[in-house]
Design a protein around this ligand. Structure first.
Ligand code: TRP
Length: 352
């Protein structure tokens, strides 16, 4: 299948699941996660965090993995991993994730029982399959790696461990994660065929939020490009960053993503905050120019993030609580991992 056919088929399936989620939330276990490489920004918030909060609030068991081992694939520095891990928890909680017996947050390095699944899983894939992974290839290129460690090629197999140890069947993620979820399905299928039915075949729930451009209009919003607004930024800082955002010289504001990507991106952000149609927002601004556009966005974004920021400011003082959230998450995840490992051992004839 051509790439776009695969994408369209995946999107159609994802839309079907989206409908079924409302009818049968209990049929799903969601697993998703992030690498602890730094605090989250508004691109993460609109792209994935808000959606996770929605799913967890629907009563769907939601496991959030903090992929600390994955950081080692292309980052030399490891000095901030634990700090970044806690920063992620802070952002999740502030955004409205409420840990419970079915919503948990945990770093995967704390789960030896799950990590052990990596060994049998590695025997179910070939070297050339791993070398072909388009997302891995892009990451190698964009990080400009001269020599590539094997963790870079094998982390998608470890990501299959993240998904399968808790028998998750739904992974909310962006398009870039499609090859990884496909690999997790392949591993689950091959394992089941060889050793007996143990794993569900996970589906991806594609992110609905359109991808958000950086404030400089230069590609994706990302912290390393310095073109974003952090969730924890102050209102003044938010205003200042928006003031500096790139626009164009046409005073009449219109929503035209193809020809006016920067202006349209700011309209889209307002729309994500207020729920209004970007075309209507543009029509209301009319000849008000980018000054009016930017002041509307500043107000909308600061209003949207106000409760989150207040909660964040309170939670940041309570490191012991953040740590406890992680330990509680680890406890729940560890139990699931131990149960699965036991089933896997039995299936593979390794019980002594
Ligand atoms: N690879 C994901 C990223 O870079 C992070 C991740 C790790 C993940 N394990 C996962 C995402 C399992 C979804 C499911 O963003």
């Amino acid at each position: 299948m051509a790439d776009s056919d695969t994408y369209n088929a995946t999107l159609a399936r994802s839309n079907e699941i989206e409908k079924d989620l409302l009818l049968n939330p209990k049929n799903y276990t969601v697993l998703t996660g992030d690498r602890p490489t730094g605090a989250l920004h508004i691109g993460h918030y609109f792209g994935s965090i808000r959606n996770r909060v929605r799913l967890a609030k629907m009563g769907i068991p939601t496991m959030i993995v903090i992929a600390d081992y994955q950081v080692l694939t292309d980052h030399d520095s490891f000095d901030k991993i634990s700090q970044n891990t806690k920063g992620l928890v802070l952002d999740y909680l502030a955004a409205g994730i409420t840990p419970s017996d079915y919503v948990c947050i945990f770093p995967h390095s704390y789960l030896p029982e799950a990590n052990q699944l990596l060994l049998p899983f590695l025997t179910l894939v070939t070297k050339s399959e791993l070398e072909r992974n388009p997302t891995v290839k892009t990451e190698i290129e964009s990080a400009g790696l001269k020599s590539v460690n094997m963790g870079m090629y094998t982390y998608p197999v470890h990501q299959a461990v993240d998904i399968l140890f808790c028998k998750a069947n739904l992974v909310p993620a962006g398009k870039d994660q499609m090859p990884h979820i496909e690999l997790a399905r392949t591993i689950a299928r091959r394992f089941n065929d060889k050793y007996g039915e143990i794993f569900p075949l996970p589906d991806i729930l594609l992110s609905k939020a359109p991808s958000i451009l950086g404030l400089d209009g230069n590609g994706k919003m990302s912290k390393s490009r310095g073109n974003t607004i952090m969730l924890g930024a102050s209102e003044d800082e938010t205003a200042r960053l928006i003031k500096g955002a790139k626009t164009d010289s046409n005073r009449t504001i219109t929503y035209d993503p193809l020809n006016r990507p920067e202006v349209s991106n700011l309209l889209l952000l307002i729309s994500l905050c207020t729920g209004e149609d970007p075309n209507d927002i543009a029509a209301n601004i009319g000849d008000g120019g980018s000054g009016k556009l930017k002041s509307l966005l500043t107000d909308a974004l600061n209003a949207e993030l106000k409760p989150l920021r207040e909660k964040r400011a309170t939670l940041i003082k309570d490191d012991a609580y953040i740590r406890q959230v992680l330990l509680d998450g680890v406890k729940i995840a560890k139990e699931k991992a131990a149960t699965t490992l036991n089933e896997v051992r039995k299936a593979m004839n390794m019980i002594i």
